[in-house]
Design a protein around this ligand. Sequence first.
Ligand SMILES: Nc1ncnc2c1ncn2[C@@H]1O[C@H](COP(=O)(O)OP(=O)(O)OP(=O)(O)O)[C@@H](O)[C@H]1O
Length: 203
Amino acid sequence: MIDIKNLVVRRGEECVLRDFDAHVPEGTSVRVTGPNGSGKSTLLRVIAGLTAPDAGQVTVAGHPPADPAVRALRGFVQEPPPLYEHLTADEQLCLVAGVWRLRARDLRDRAAALGLGDRFDVLVGELSLGQRKKLGYLCATAHEPRLVLLDEPFNGLDAQAEQAVRDDLARWRADGRTLVLVSHSDASVAGLVDDTLTVGADA
Ligand SMILES: Nc1ncnc2c1ncn2[C@@H]1O[C@H](COP(=O)(O)OP(=O)(O)OP(=O)(O)O)[C@@H](O)[C@H]1O
């Protein structure tokens, strides 16, 4: 699903990723590890087509990451979640439902299961950190992508929401989807990953 050869990414003067190689077969669940600042989020952004490599080759399902052909295939749970502050939670969900031609009702059901049932009419800008995290997670995964990129998906979540996300990941994994996950919490990802990719100083 993902092939990376000799990847180099610079941020300003700093070389964040240097000659990084990885192969993530379709249907595998991979955790990206490394110290703070080692380039884990940068790597996810490259796979998501949001950061262009300075050198090297990266393909997702045989296409360059920014190719429109892989857009619907992929979902990216970002940290912090990119949301429209001036919309209500429900308007944000409806926007995403419209983009992917989904039923808003189904997204509302998922939102309610995550504990957002009484937040639909609240402005995104007035949601708590954990509520924003839940909404961002739903928006990023609404179209049930074959490749799910997750950057610290458990940060700020209460126990019920963490379990709901873990259940989703287990279901997607059993369904043969490909997961690439950054998390500093060993407990949160326990039993959910097949392999580890290490970036940075301890690589
Ligand atoms: N937009 C940016 N502009 C300049 N430098 C950046 C930018 N984003 C990240 N960096 C730098 O790139 C390096 C890698 O950052 P990145 O966020 O990928 O690390 P990380 O491994 O995900 O860190 P953490 O574990 O703290 O989340 C850091 O040194 C950071 O300062």
